[in-house]
Every structure is written in C-alpha cells, then in structure tokens.
Design a protein around this ligand. Structure first.
Ligand SMILES: [Zn+2]
Length: 368
C-alpha cells in the first residue's frame, strides 16, 4: 500500500495500522488498481450516496474463491439446478455466484432480480425447472414467493428445493422465518457481498463464518481494537485485493465477533450482525435506526410507497407517503421505533428521487 496514504492515515491504535472506511478504501483501489483494468461497479445504499469501485480480474477471482468457500459450508452437491435471483447486468455478486457454482459443476440459471426478466414470468420458469437452490435478496425471494402462491406454484417450486441462500440486505428474523416456513427449507445467509467483497457465510449450525482470507477484529465503542467482542467489524487481508494489502477496512456494521469453536468443524471466527452503523442518525436527541425502520415498513408492503425526509437544520422528520396506504397503519409501525413527534404527509402522487442505479432514495437528508 502507498506509504503516503499509510502515514497520513496513521493513528493511535496499538501497532499503528490504518483503519479506513469503505469510501477511502475505494479511492485507494480505484487509484492504484484502476490502471490495470477491470469492471467498475457503482453501488447505492438506501441513502443514495453512490460509491464506485473497480474490480480487477484478480479481485473478482478472489471473490469467486470465497463464494466457493461459503458454498462449501452448505449441503450442496454438484450437478444441481440453481436459480440466481439477483443482479441485472454486471452486478458483481451475480457474477461471483454464477462462476463459483458453475465451476463447482452445477447448472446455473442467472434469472436476475426483475429488470431483464419480469417476476411473473420468472415464477412460471421456476415451476418448470424446479431448482435445488434459490439465491437472492430476502425481500425479492419473498416477493417471488407471493407470486408463486398466487399462481399456485409454490408447492411445485418447493418440491426439489433443498435450501435458500440470501444476501445483499439484512436478513431479519421475519424474513428468515417466513422464507423457511413458506418454502419448507433452511436459509443460509451470506454477508458482505460488495464491500470487501464476500465476507462471511452461514454454516449448517447457523453460525456466520468469516472467510479464511480475512483477519477480523472489532473497533469497540472506547476506540480500542479487539480480537473479539462487540464493535464495528474491521477486516484485513493479503489476498482479497491482491496486489494491494487490505488493512483494517471499517465495514460500517456492528457485530459480535467470536473465536469460539463451531460444532460444524469449520475453524474461522464467526460474527453475529447487529446492524448497519451507517444508517443511524440522531434526530431530536434519539438515535434512529433507519435500517430497521425501512425493513419493518417494507415487510408491511409499504415498499415504493414512502420516503423519509430528515431536515437537519430544524431537527424535523417528515414521512411522505402515498395516499394508497393507511396513515394510521403506517404511524402504528413507525411509533414502535420513533418516540418523538414527527410528521406524515399523504400525497396523491408521490415524487421520488432516484439513485443512479434507479432505486428509490428512502432517506433524504437536508442540511438547509
Ligand atoms: Zn460453523
């Protein structure tokens, strides 16, 4: 890694190792690896702040290798039909899974998440192929599940299904329980598909194992760095971004890191994800977990029917909702999380701001 950057970023932590956030790391990567060519990916979080990063062939290959590592923690054998329900175009994780699973001898159906292949048609197709594994974002698999139920195809699709792999968003208890009950199979969650990328995968014991290619630590609330315990996950790796050495990437998620031996026999540390640390904002003295709020509202079917406006300058929180949904029902859910006075404005036609990948900006922060 570049000496200047290293020196500039030096801090008081024990052995003077750098801690970088994702954006800073992306800048280093784009600067140092961009010259060797690769695929640019622009991601956009719920806040709509876009982050671009270049994935070189070496980085892609390493991510495919880790995908295989996580798949090896599931009961998958080769020669299975697998439906991949995320990513349109060159969404990198779609490519990691396509390559990993086909190289392991499976037949992969890269159906994507809807833009190139309408969900209705996809549901019918799933009924025809009867996959052994379905891979996708929990919210999207749930949407497909509802379509399958309407079309009376759920039983047919579940017939040969052995398990589901989720990733790309927080797998809440609700999502896991609903998907496992509806499809009648176990869900294996994968974590950190884009940032590092491919950080951890669940084993048969339900523990989330960090890849053997990362050294993991946590940044505790007292700014100390620890080998285990609760804090923000930090990752270091010599392999993931070869030829660059990744040092203490702050992945902005709160976790509990454990080095206890897992009964599955796989010997890497495990994490329990507590939540995103970057979607929490202080409004009127209360720290609001917007990630949890958004998840709860989406689960109730309010997706694409609201956005939140946070007015920083006078500490106001306004929900803009479509008049198709009940204001009372909406407030009932919000009240479970927010205990201060907020506003809800109902609109006949709701004007959304979109991120550069076409997703709705759920949270709009205004500073003036
Ligand atoms: Zn395990």
């Amino acid at each position: 890694m570049d000496r200047n950057i290293k020196e500039k970023k030096c801090n008081d932590f024990e052995n003077q190792k750098t801690v970088m956030n994702i954006e800073e790391w992306h800048n280093v990567v784009n600067d140092k690896l961009g010259i060797s060519g690769g695929t640019i990916y622009s991601s956009s979080g719920s806040t709509g702040n876009s982050k671009s990063i270049i994935y070189t062939d070496d980085v892609m290959n390493a991510a495919v290798r880790r995908t295989k590592e996580f798949i090896s923690l599931t009961p998958l054998l080769s020669n299975c039909k697998i439906a991949i329900l995320w990513g349109y175009g060159l969404f990198p994780p779609a490519s990691f899974y396509n390559r990993a699973l086909s190289e392991m001898g499976n037949i992969v159906y890269p159906f994507g998440s809807g833009r190139n292949f309408p969900s209705e048609l996809k549901a019918t197709k799933l009924g025809e192929i009867k996959p052994k594994v379905i891979i996708g974002m929990p919210s999207y698999i749930l949407r497909i599940c509802n379509i399958l139920k309407e079309k009376k195809l759920l039983e047919k699709v579940s017939e040969k299904l052995e398990f589901i792999i989720t990733g790309g968003e927080v797998l809440t208890t609700f999502y896991r329980k609903t998907l496992e009950e509806e499809f009648g199979v176990k869900v294996f969650d994968h974590y950190g598909m884009l940032q590092a990328p491919m950080i951890a995968g669940e084993c048969s014991e339900g523990k989330m194992h960090i890849s053997k290619e990362y050294k993991s630590e946590v940044l505790m609330s007292d700014s100390k760095i620890s080998e285990m315990g609760r804090g923000i996950l930090l990752l270091s790796s010599e392999k993931a971004w070869f030829p660059l050495e990744l040092e203490r990437l702050n992945v902005e998620d709160n976790v509990i890191l454990s080095k206890d031996k897992c009964s599955c026999g796989y010997e890497t540390p495990t994490i329990k994800i507590i939540g995103r640390s970057n979607l929490k904002y202080k409004v009127r003295g209360q720290l609001v977990d917007f990630d949890e709020l958004i998840t709860r509202l989406n689960v109730l079917g309010f997706e694409n029917k609201y956005f939140v406006e946070v007015k920083d300058f006078n500490n106001e929180l306004i929900f803009h909702i479509s008049n198709e949904i009940s204001k009372e029902k909406f407030k009932e859910e919000v009240n479970k999380i927010i205990s201060f006075t907020y506003f809800v404005e109902s609109h006949e036609k709701i004007e959304f701001l979109l991120t550069n990948t076409g997703k709705i900006k759920r949270i709009i922060i205004r500073n003036n």
